[in-house]
Ligand binder design. Structure first.
Ligand code: SF4
Ligand code: SF4
Ligand code: SF4
Length: 239
């Protein structure tokens, strides 16, 4: 059974504990930052930052709201980055969990094409061309532990587990939140393994919250790969 995350942004307090836990577990250094007049820090994802909590001040129905969105790779079920790469030594899908993993061999890929293929603008490049992003804490998950960000979240905004259970939890919670916020929705829940619940329009949270909000169009390379993909691959994914 593949794994999924449920991220309930309605109870995220933007404490950024998940950001710190991600850095600690992966032994990644802090970034040098400047005061940009926002608590959102660092300014973006990077080769050494796999998770960033977005913070947006939005006036909704005449009321000021502070919206939070802990952003990371969505581990897409049919991942455009993986299909564009076409190089399992560089980007592969872990069959057990569904995690999309970038290796050091991403250095030999066309980084610009991979970045362009991602509908959520997630992969980031090092100076030598190697790409990096969230790895679902696969080493923890394989050993029966939750991802570091999930384990550290003090409000329970993040849940991780078998996909069926996570989808059920997400749908149940959506029903509850909709009573107060009729525009609440799950973002791209059928196509990603990181399912976000938002109370308002996704674009209010951050530019790439939802795939359809991004300037995403299937690349020519991906289209060709899809056309020639053997039927057996498609059927095995449906089983
Ligand atoms: Fe939000 Fe939980 Fe991350 Fe804190 S740790 S920013 S509450 S998701
Ligand atoms: Fe970071 Fe692991 Fe959470 Fe991904 S799953 S954002 S790698 S802590
Ligand atoms: Fe790949 Fe982007 Fe999907 Fe992550 S969100 S699996 S980087 S296409």
């Amino acid at each position: 059974m593949s794994k999924s995350f449920f991220v309930d942004t309605t109870i995220c307090t933007a404490c950024r504990g998940c950001q710190v836990a991600c850095k600690q577990w992966h032994d990644l250094p802090a970034e040098e930052t400047t005061n940009r007049g926002t608590y959102e820090n660092p300014a973006d994802l990077s080769f050494i930052t796999y998770k960033v909590v977005r913070m947006r001040e939005q006036v909704i129905d005449g009321k000021l709201n502070w919206l939070f969105f802990p952003e990371q790779c969505r581990h897409c079920i049919e991942a455009p980055c993986l299909e564009t790469a076409g190089d399992p030594g560089a980007i592969f899908r872990d069959d057990k969990t569904g995690a999309i993993i970038f290796t050091a061999n991403t250095k030999r890929l066309n980084a610009a094409a991979i970045i362009e293929a991602c509908p959520y603008n997630v992969p980031r490049k090092a100076a030598d061309g190697t790409l990096a992003k969230c790895d679902m804490c696969l080493d923890r998950v394989e050993n029966g532990l939750p991802p570091a960000c999930v384990q550290t979240c003090p409000t329970g905004a993040m849940t991780f587990g078998d996909r069926d259970e996570i989808v059920a939890i997400a749908k149940k919670r959506l029903g509850e939140v909709k009573k107060k916020n009729p525009k609440a929705m799950l973002i791209d829940e059928d196509t990603v393994s990181v399912i976000y619940l938002v109370a308002y329009e996704p674009k209010l949270y951050c530019k790439n919250a939802m795939a359809s909000n991004a300037d995403f169009s299937i690349t020519r390379q991906m289209a060709l790969k899809r056309m020639i993909r053997p039927l057996t691959n498609i059927t095995s994914r449906l089983l």
